[in-house]
Design a protein around this ligand. Structure first.
Ligand SMILES: *[C@@H]1O[C@H](CO)[C@@H](O)[C@H](O)[C@H]1NC(C)=O
Ligand SMILES: *[C@@H]1O[C@H](CO)[C@@H](O)[C@H](O)[C@H]1NC(C)=O
Length: 182
């Protein structure tokens, strides 16, 4: 009996065609989860969309792993991807002095971006690690950044001296670090 390939089987064939670009291959499988895995390389973000307040800072939590027979050379975040080779965000003039790598060279790749600007939301952020092996370079999937607008509502709307008033702060997206309002 001859069976025509099911939809899934055909998809697998399609994916196999792009194995010459291993990153693309992995991205097809895992992009929706924020985890990108390839040959024991993995970069994982608990959240791929981060929200912050203009002028404030955000942390982009991130963990990674790599084959045990390799040694880590560089760990950095980048925004550029193509056509130039990815370069360290902290050396980018638009970000100079505003990015702080909170991670290490073991498994933590968290990043902090400070003094957030509107233009920061136009980029996609990726963690990258390079190892002592020429082929042992890997970038995670993308993290996007949005800036929240802050709204304050007063309830009740009109009050006189001595009345109890409730001030409510709300944001247009849910802030990733627990903010304090003053
Ligand atoms: C890759 O991962 C597999 C499964 O977890 C493990 O058995 C193997 O030792 C790993 N290889 C390296 C080089 O880290
Ligand atoms: C990574 O490091 C940062 C900064 O030290 C820390 O806040 C965070 O909890 C660490 N994340 C993990 C998963 O260990």
């Amino acid at each position: 009996m001859f069976l025509t390939p099911t939809r899934e089987e055909r998809q697998v064939e399609d994916v196999m065609l792009v194995t010459s670009g291993p990153l693309i291959f992995a991205a097809v499988l895992c992009i929706s989860t924020g985890v990108l895995i390839q040959q024991n390389f993995s970069v994982s973000y608990p959240s791929t969309s981060i929200c912050g307040l203009k002028g404030s800072f955000v942390d982009m939590p991130c963990t990674y792993s790599y084959p045990s027979d390799r040694h880590i050379r560089e760990t950095f975040w980048h925004i550029n991807w193509f056509p130039e080779a990815p370069t360290d965000l902290s050396l980018d003039s638009k970000y100079q002095g505003r990015v702080e790598y909170l991670g290490d060279k073991v498994d933590n790749c968290s990043l902090r971006i400070k003094d957030l600007r509107d233009s920061d939301t136009k980029e996609k952020y990726r963690f990258r690690l390079t190892t002592d092996d020429r082929k042992g370079t890997f970038s995670g999937s993308e993290v996007s950044l949005s800036l929240a607008d802050l709204h304050v509502t007063v309830s009740p709307e009109s009050v006189k001296q001595g009345d109890k008033v409730t001030l409510t702060c709300s944001t247009t997206c849910s802030l990733s670090n627990n903010p304090t309002y003053i």
